[in-house]
Write a protein that binds this ligand. Structure first.
Ligand SMILES: [Zn+2]
Ligand SMILES: [Zn+2]
Length: 140
């Protein structure tokens, strides 16, 4: 069970399932959207995510042809990432979890775009571009 939400709490979510894959993504788009050196996302089955957004604060930006990034229009928190080719999955920004994630990170991705001002100091696998970043196939 995971609970989380945005900074102002207008958008809240409750996850009944578990994280399938957790990655630190260094791509330039995650960096810009999060205003941080990298973004950490947990891929979770969409059917196990319950959203509470009574004020309709969730807004979305299509950052590329098939990618949708959702955020709170009230406080600006980055919340969700999804890809049109994987409609059954949603990636949740782990920084918006209320507590600890249910899974430790699996990999660093898009390290080819890692800014020079952040170093990777652990032994997790590193991928230059994709791996199944946010693109976890169902059935695994
Ligand atoms: Zn908010
Ligand atoms: Zn990214």
């Amino acid at each position: 069970m995971i609970d989380g939400g945005c900074l102002c709490s207008a958008v809240r979510y409750h996850v009944t399932g578990s994280s399938k894959h957790v990655t630190h993504c260094y791509c330039g788009m995650c960096r810009k959207q999060h205003g941080a050196a990298f973004a950490t996302y947990a891929s979770i089955r969409r059917e196990s995510v319950e959203l509470r957004d009574p004020a309709n604060a969730l807004s979305a930006y299509r950052s590329s042809a098939k990618v949708l990034r959702s955020f709170c229009r009230s406080c600006g928190s980055s919340l969700f990432w999804s890809h049109d080719d994987s409609p059954g999955w949603i990636a949740i920004a782990v920084g918006t979890f209320d507590g600890e994630p249910d899974r430790t990170p699996d990999a660093h991705i898009f390290v080819g775009e890692r800014p020079a001002w952040v170093q990777i100091c652990d032994a997790l696998p590193q991928y230059d571009k994709s791996v199944p970043p946010h693109e976890v196939k169902s059935g695994e």
